[in-house]
Design a protein around this ligand. Structure first.
Ligand SMILES: Nc1ncnc2c1ncn2[C@@H]1O[C@H](COP(=O)(O)OP(=O)(O)OP(=O)(O)O)[C@@H](O)[C@H]1O
Length: 234
């Protein structure tokens, strides 16, 4: 099987920390898989996501995205590769506060010709942005507003639309439903999972919420694969 994401002999220690944070022998994700990554607070979930997306670089071992070894790329090449192939929903959303909702969703298309071309496959990229916002339940009256004028739950859904635009091969989501009520959460998952399935995007989704675990094709309890987390808790 060929994997879109693969990590081998991965080690990472935060600078100044007394113990390593990540020590994982193997972790692989295939196209179309939807992985629910869970585990107690502090076991390294967000750190692992940052390593998978090349935001952090491992101290030892390898992370490959579509065959690219993050550590072999320059900082600029990493940024380009990430925006071309990864949709990342950050825990704090990372929307640009003064930019409109619609322009926030279109950002990956501004920085990546590939994302722009894929977003424009069936029309203009703005149409795909609008369609994603519609499906996420963001009323049209909100689209011209600055992102900072939105509620936390609305920002979470804008961040998801931004991650999905232009059909990236990998979607990474760090607790993206924490601010949503039950109806919104289910609708959010409907859109996210359907979009990833339609594009055969690999999804790595971090959450503490066991109520939604059943919607994912694969479950990974991080301390079971991260020796650093199991050692830290001893
Ligand atoms: N920027 C940082 N600098 C130094 N240490 C960090 C940093 N970010 C996280 N850590 C440490 O790394 C460990 C793992 O943190 P991480 O955020 O990856 O855990 P998590 O499983 O995502 O937790 P949570 O479920 O609470 O979000 C923790 O001990 C944390 O203190």
């Amino acid at each position: 099987m060929s994997f879109v994401l693969s990590a081998a002999a991965l080690r990472f220690c935060w600078p100044g920390a007394p113990h390593p944070c990540i020590d994982i022998e193997r972790f692989e994700v295939a196209a179309g898989e939807a992985v629910f990554l869970h585990g107690p607070s502090g076991c390294g979930k967000s750190t692992l996501l940052s390593l998978l997306a090349g935001v952090l670089i491992a101290d030892a071992g390898q992370v490959r995205l579509l065959g690219h070894d993050w550590a072999q790329l320059s900082g600029t090449a990493r940024d380009r590769t990430r925006v071309a192939h990864v949709g990342y929903i950050f825990q704090q959303f990372n929307l640009l506060p003064y930019l409109s909702v619609l322009d926030n969703v279109l950002l990956p298309c501004r920085f990546s010709a590939r994302r722009s071309a894929r977003a424009s496959r069936d029309g203009a990229a703005r149409e795909q942005a609008g369609e994603l916002l519609d499906r996420m339940g963001l009323e049209r009256s909100l689209w011209p507003r600055q992102a900072m004028q939105l509620s936390v739950g609305q920002q979470q859904r804008v961040a998801a639309a931004r991650a999905l635009i232009g059909h990236p091969e990998v979607v990474i989501a760090d607790e993206p439903t924490s601010a949503l009520d039950e109806d919104r959460r289910e609708a959010f998952l409907d859109v996210l999972l359907a979009a990833c399935e339609a594009n055969r995007s690999a999804l790595v989704f971090v959450s503490h919420d066991q109520r939604i675990a059943g919607r994912f094709s694969r479950h990974v309890l991080l301390p079971e694969i991260n020796r650093a987390a199991s050692e830290a808790s001893r």
